[in-house]
Design a protein around this ligand. Structure first.
Ligand SMILES: C[S@@+](CC[C@H](N)C(=O)[O-])C[C@H]1O[C@@H](n2cnc3c(N)ncnc32)[C@H](O)[C@@H]1O
Length: 322
């Protein structure tokens, strides 16, 4: 593991509360804390949503050399379920980019199957090239990239179709009432055995790694609902993203603010910075059960510039009720 990856994993270099106090007491950061007045949503704004994926497409075209790619090896330590999950578990990597998260997931468990989507077909092509050039076991059969803007159109029905979702929730209801009545429940109708030909029957794990922050704030809840819908009952959602008062947030100038804790870069891509309560409200709000939620606070030193940087990420793990 590289020193940088190690640094991202060991996550308690400073207390987030101390950083919060410093930032909130510093007059030069006050504009980050001000409430943001939203204009009422208009048709124009709805169109704007697809502008977000166009911005990401342009981003990937500009970074097609592959420098943007950095394998996130620390993921397997942060989320050991990716290694210990049952044989042939299906993972959906949402917003896969060049495969920075997909590759360690494929490497960490030789039986895992990774479905990976992105709103840029260019980056999907690049991801395919990079993944297929690795020596990972049977990778051609285990990596399935596909195009999708999950915040705008939702996931395709071949992941899980309406009739499977419906019969699964009926089974779930029957199962819970059987359990309540002390009867023996038959769980065979769950997604697991539902390879019915109409869809793949949902996935066991969804990973959302630095992708939700790119989704417009007003679309986040429905985007998470999409993730909830494609998960099998009892499935896991693994979350990692920018945390409130991360160094990159504090570098945004006032005119880059497009919402409360939401910023747009000059290239049109956006970034939101999460506090734990916002993440909790978003995920628990659509029905997830919280398993883990914390800040990862890492001090990293830029040796060339001799500057120390305080990085903040949010780490979360949620379960869909069984
Ligand atoms: C910061 S990158 C993270 C990539 C990857 N998950 C990782 O671990 O490095 C965010 C990715 O999300 C994609 N993305 C942004 N909005 C999306 C959307 N609405 N639907 C699908 N992909 C999206 C971008 O194209 C980009 O590749």
């Amino acid at each position: 593991m590289s020193a940088e990856a190690e640094a991202e994993y060991f996550s308690k270099d400073f207390e987030w509360e101390t950083l919060r106090q410093e930032i909130e007491d510093n007059p030069s950061y006050q504009y980050h804390l001000l409430p943001f007045t939203y204009t009422p949503p208009s048709q124009q704004e709805e169109i704007q949503v697809s502008e977000d994926s166009k911005a990401w497409k342009r981003f990937h075209l500009r970074h097609s050399s592959g420098k943007f790619f950095k394998e996130r090896r620390y993921l397997l330590k942060e989320f050991p379920e990716l290694v210990s999950c049952k044989e042939f578990s299906k993972v959906l990597e949402v917003g896969c980019g060049n495969g920075s998260s997909a590759i360690p997931i494929l490497r960490g468990n030789k039986d895992i199957i990774v479905y990976a989507c992105d709103c840029s077909s260019e980056t999907l092509e690049r991801a395919k090239e990079i993944v297929h050039s690795t020596d990972i076991f049977a990778v051609q059969n285990r990596f399935h990239p596909f195009f999708c803007d999950f915040a705008f159109t939702g996931f395709p029905k071949w992941l899980v179709c309406d009739s499977c979702v419906e019969s699964s929730s009926l089974k779930q209801q029957e199962y819970s009432s059987d359990v309540k009545e002390g009867g023996v429940a038959d769980k065979s109708g769950s997604y697991v055995s539902r390879e019915c030909g109409c869809c793949i029957g949902g996935v066991d794990i969804v990973s959302l790694i630095f992708t939700l922050s790119a989704v417009p704030q007003k679309k986040m809840s429905s985007a998470i609902m999409e993730c909830f819908s494609v998960l099998k009952p009892g499935g896991l959602l693994l979350f990692r993203d920018y945390g409130l008062y991360d160094m990159t947030m504090l570098r945004f100038e006032q005119e880059k603010r497009v919402g409360f804790r939401e910023y747009m870069r000059s290239d049109g891509t956006r970034s939101y910075f999460f506090c734990l309560d916002t993440v909790r409200d978003l995920f628990v709000g659509v029905g997830f059960i919280e398993l883990e939620l914390e800040y990862c606070c890492v001090k990293s030193v830029n040796r060339r510039k001799g500057k120390s940087m305080q990085r903040v990420w949010v780490h979360g793990k949620f379960r869909k009720p069984a």
